[in-house]
Design a protein around this ligand. Structure first.
Ligand SMILES: C[S@@+](CC[C@H](N)C(=O)[O-])C[C@H]1O[C@@H](n2cnc3c(N)ncnc32)[C@H](O)[C@@H]1O
Length: 276
């Protein structure tokens, strides 16, 4: 049975209030199939039973679970390739050269889903920039989903997941087989500090960042939310820091605050310098 438009609007509001993610009209089928996943987990008898429980949920716990299950968590290792080449060829060499004094590197990978993105960065650092081993590297990855954070912290991936974007040489070097899954080595896993951060709520105290990855999440928000988050990111970036966005996430009046770097105009940005 398809959910009614009243129920669909109710779920849209629950999701929007929790995450600012906008579920476009026409996504009823998606909402229904994802609610179905929760029906079983929650021991409900049907979607209607689940919705009744949701409306009576005073703790907010079921609201959280419903919002989380509606998130699109699509991700791969080294997604889109080019941003990681830019990181390797431009950003990390520049930071390495520039930071010889205080030898600290702060990275934040926001909306990190099941962990493939931060682990790609960690492998790149470990594999290609051994000099950073002598630096104080603080690497935070975050998401709002507790379920995804649990998976990411574990660092265990299916065959299908490692087949998507992970070069064979890095699979051999940094993973071992554990039953039917591939476990990432502790030396990579322990480089990343996974935290629960909701981008549209209060952020915890974070250090000034050299690099922020904020990829493929702004697209789910309305324009005003995108702008607000980008302005907050600008405040947390060091003056010479770098921001990585997904390929289709420009055009948010971003140009007022950030300028693209020449090698990767669609995905990598610096804070615009104010001429005095
Ligand atoms: C499509 S995934 C992107 C994963 C990764 N950044 C990438 O590009 O491959 C979007 C992620 O954004 C997270 N997300 C959505 N709304 C969020 C919010 N308000 N705060 C933090 N994370 C959010 C979702 O839980 C999901 O894991």
């Amino acid at each position: 049975m398809a959910i009614s438009s009243q129920d669909f609007n109710y779920i849209r509001n629950v999701v929007h209030e929790y995450s600012a993610v906008v579920l476009e009209p026409g996504k009823e089928y998606l909402v229904e199939s994802r609610l179905q996943l929760l029906v079983h987990d929650e021991g409900a008898t049907s979607i209607q039973d689940l919705l009744r429980r949701l409306r009576a949920d005073l703790s907010g716990e079921l609201h959280r679970k419903v919002a989380e299950v509606m998130m699109t968590a699509e991700t791969t290792f080294f997604r889109d390739v080019r941003p990681f080449e830019t990181l390797k060829m431009v950003v990390l060499p520049e930071l390495l050269g520039r930071g010889a004094q205080d030898r600290s590197l702060n990275i934040w990978c926001a909306a990190s889903a099941s962990g493939q993105e931060p682990y790609s960065i960690a492998m790149l650092l470990h594999d290609s920039f051994p000099l950073f081993a002598a630096w104080k590297v603080q690497f935070i990855a975050s998401d709002l989903s507790k379920t995804l954070l649990l998976r990411a912290r574990k660092g265990s991936f299916t065959q299908l997941e490692v087949n998507r974007g992970l070069p064979a040489a890095l699979l051999v070097k940094y993973f071992h087989k554990n039953g039917s899954e591939w476990q990432i080595d502790a030396r990579i896993r322990d480089m990343v500090d996974f935290r629960e951060i909701n981008l549209v709520k209060l952020w915890p105290c974070l250090p000034a960042m050299d690099i922020v990855f904020l990829r493929n999440v702004l697209i789910y928000f309305d324009m005003e939310t995108r702008r607000t988050i980008l302005a907050r990111v600008a405040r947390i970036l060091k003056p010479d820091g770098f921001l990585f966005l997904g390929g289709s996430e420009t055009g948010t009046q971003l140009e007022e605050i950030f300028e693209p770097i020449a090698r990767d105009v669609n995905a990598c940005f610096r804070l615009r310098r104010i001429e005095s």
